[in-house]
Design a protein around this ligand. Structure first.
Ligand code: ATP
Ligand code: MG
Length: 561
């Protein structure tokens, strides 16, 4: 942590615990994802928090899969989550666990609660249980099964576990208080029957523990000292404490809540992310427009930029929505430093230099980074036929257009000043090429005399040397700051979230770019090669060079609040 940055409230709370002699000085945290989807940017905040808090206090952090719901979980999500946590730069060492590792202990704890008269088997239907629960303003009603004897409860619970009953026939509930103002204490369910095969325990169990029960006991059993979770669990804390009171163990964890990360223009709920995939709005969990870590990686985000973003967001108890531009800026800052510069032309139009000899090539040095000379330079081939960007030329330009126009001059970056002599068109009136001349005395880098000034500088590629490529330009997936507020995902989608440039050209050297290494295409943004090589050479744009949304985003967010 930066020395002059005030410690966040969680680290302060841990300081106080340690000062009071809690947990023999141990600090143990855990990141507990449910393997029912991929990790998203919101999870990154929790991953960073749990692992960096542990590191700051010389403690450790478990990666614990909360696999208590076999119907929705899948080992492919387990693998993806592990990859993402590693990618962010965190290592759980040998502390990889699963709630299912504790199923035997959880069962024994449930039996202990029954024996103590603190849990009972309820045989109401799910619907009846709901109506008995009451509301925020009305107390609940006791179930007619609430006073079953310990013997009957033990017998029924064991038979539930033995598979004698159908799904939903009975549930095991804690016996707390149906009139509690906290709904979570109105005899919450501990176990339900679910005759589903579990990805790890297979058919060993047909009853599965509920989240609160499993989570609290896993924390306690595993040695977690500080159970950091998001604010929606604040109301569950009394239940967390209740379990710890009823089932005392050597280790007593403390739950501390912090606010979720909300990002404008983004959904961070696995349910909605799954809907985006199922409804065909994106191609999968790692579609580069998704806010998942797998998608951000594929798009060209660096783990450093995400960790930096999480650190800047910090941890508080205040519910806020962060501008998406803030995440993008972290990436820009990182890539501006790290990414080498290259040239690509996304929407090409041909230029023919009439006074450059046909068949010849001149090699012109270009720096790989404007302020990191140690990254060296490479030579760009210059020849008679070049590609330039279609929108760097205008036949009928407004007054302040300083790029190429008929009769006008522009500098080709790293090369010469050229002048557009003629716009050559085909029979249909479409531009075939621009016939240009070059001023041979204006070669870049050949002394002050050569640096005659013209207002515009554009990028270009030698047509004979450039490699064809496909380029994917991404924009925000949603056009509104708070998507799916009304649950209509489709209506909020940005129709321009993906623009494909299938006739682009790139510098020849880019064909061998290491996958996952981002580069800057000059004037166009930061790009990375797509890992799917079956589609040929494809680049994804991670982020533009400037934040084109900043103003609009701020206005939209303000008008919301
Ligand atoms: P989702 O709503 O997307 O399903 P979840 O909280 O149910 O998210 P889990 O797999 O249970 O998903 O999350 C694992 C951990 O990540 C939890 O401790 C949760 O609090 C934390 N987490 C999830 N979303 C966010 C977020 N937006 N900001 C911070 N932490 C988050
Ligand atoms: Mg959850």
């Amino acid at each position: 942590m930066e020395a002059n940055k005030p410690r966040d409230f969680i680290r302060q709370a841990i300081d106080a615990d340690l000062a009071a002699g809690a947990n023999q000085g141990r600090v143990v945290t855990r990141f507990p994802p449910e393997p029912n989807g991929y990790l998203h940017i919101g999870h990154a905040k929790s991953v960073c928090l749990n692992f960096t808090v542990a590191a700051d206090f010389d403690g450790h952090c478990f990666l614990r899969f909360d696999d208590t719901n076999p119907d929705k979980e899948d080992s492919r999500f387990v693998d993806a989550i592990k990859e993402d946590v590693h990618w962010l730069g965190f290592d759980w060492g040998d502390r990889l666990t699963h709630a299912s590792d504790y199923f035997e202990s959880l069962f024994e704890s449930a039996v202990t609660l029954i024996e103590a008269g603190k849990a009972y088997v309820d045989s109401l239907t799910a619907e009846e249980i709901r109506t008995h629960r009451g509301t925020l303003t009305e107390p609940g009603k006791n179930s007619p099964y609430r006073n079953r004897s310990v013997e009957e409860n033990l017998d029924l619970f064991r038979r539930m576990a033995a598979g004698e009953f159908e799904d939903g026939a009975h549930v095991l509930r804690a016996k707390i208080d149906m009139a509690s103002p906290n709904m979570n204490l109105r005899d919450p369910a501990l176990y339900r029957i679910r005759k589903s095969r579990h990805q790890r325990t297979q058919d060993r169990w047909c009853i599965y523990p509920m989240y609160d029960f499993a989570h609290t006991l896993s924390d306690a059993l595993e040695g977690t000292t500080h159970s950091l979770c998001t604010l929606e669990f604040e109301d569950h804390r009394p239940l967390y404490e209740w379990f710890l009171d009823q089932l005392p163990m050597a280790n007593r964890p403390r739950q501390i809540e912090f606010s979720r990360l909300n990002l404008a223009f983004t959904v961070t709920s696995k349910r909605l992310l799954k809907r985006l995939i199922d409804e065909g709005h994106v191609q999968g969990w790692d579609d580069p427009r998704m806010p998942t870590l797998a998608a951000l990686r594929r798009r060209g985000y660096t783990p450093e930029s995400i960790v930096d973003f999480c650190a800047r967001v910090g941890v508080t108890k205040k519910d806020t929505t962060i501008e998406l531009g803030a995440l993008e800026n972290c990436l820009r800052e990182d890539l501006n430093e790290r990414a080498e510069r290259r040239v690509a032309v996304l929407d090409p139009i041909k230029v023919v230099i009439e006074n450059f000899p046909d068949g010849e090539t001149e090699w012109l040095p270009a720096a790989n980074h404007p302020n990191r000379p140690e990254l060296g330079e490479r030579d760009l081939p210059f020849s008679r036929e070049l590609w330039i960007e279609r929108d760097d030329f205008m036949e009928d330009p407004p007054r302040k257009f300083f790029r190429l126009k008929p009769g006008g001059e522009v500098r080709l970056r790293y090369a010469y000043i050229i002048k557009c002599e003629e716009v050559v068109k085909d029979a249909a009136g479409k531009i075939s090429y621009l016939r240009c001349s070059m001023d041979v005395d204006t070669r870049s880098g050949s002394g002050p005399a050569a640096m005659r000034k013209v207002k515009g500088t554009i990028h270009w590629l030698s047509a004979a040397h450039a490699k064809p490529a496909e380029v994917h330009l991404y924009d925000r997936l949603f056009k509104v700051p708070n998507p799916a507020a009304g649950d209509d995902l489709a209506a909020d989608l940005n129709p321009d979230s993906l623009v494909v440039r299938s006739n682009a050209f790139v510098e020849a050297a880019l064909a061998d770019l290491t996958p996952g290494v981002p580069v800057q295409f000059e004037r166009l943004g930061y790009f990375v090669t797509d890992p799917d090589v079956t589609a040929g050479l494809r680049f994804n744009r991670a982020v533009t060079l400037r934040d084109t949304w900043a103003k609009l985003e701020r206005q939209l967010l303000q008008s919301e609040t």
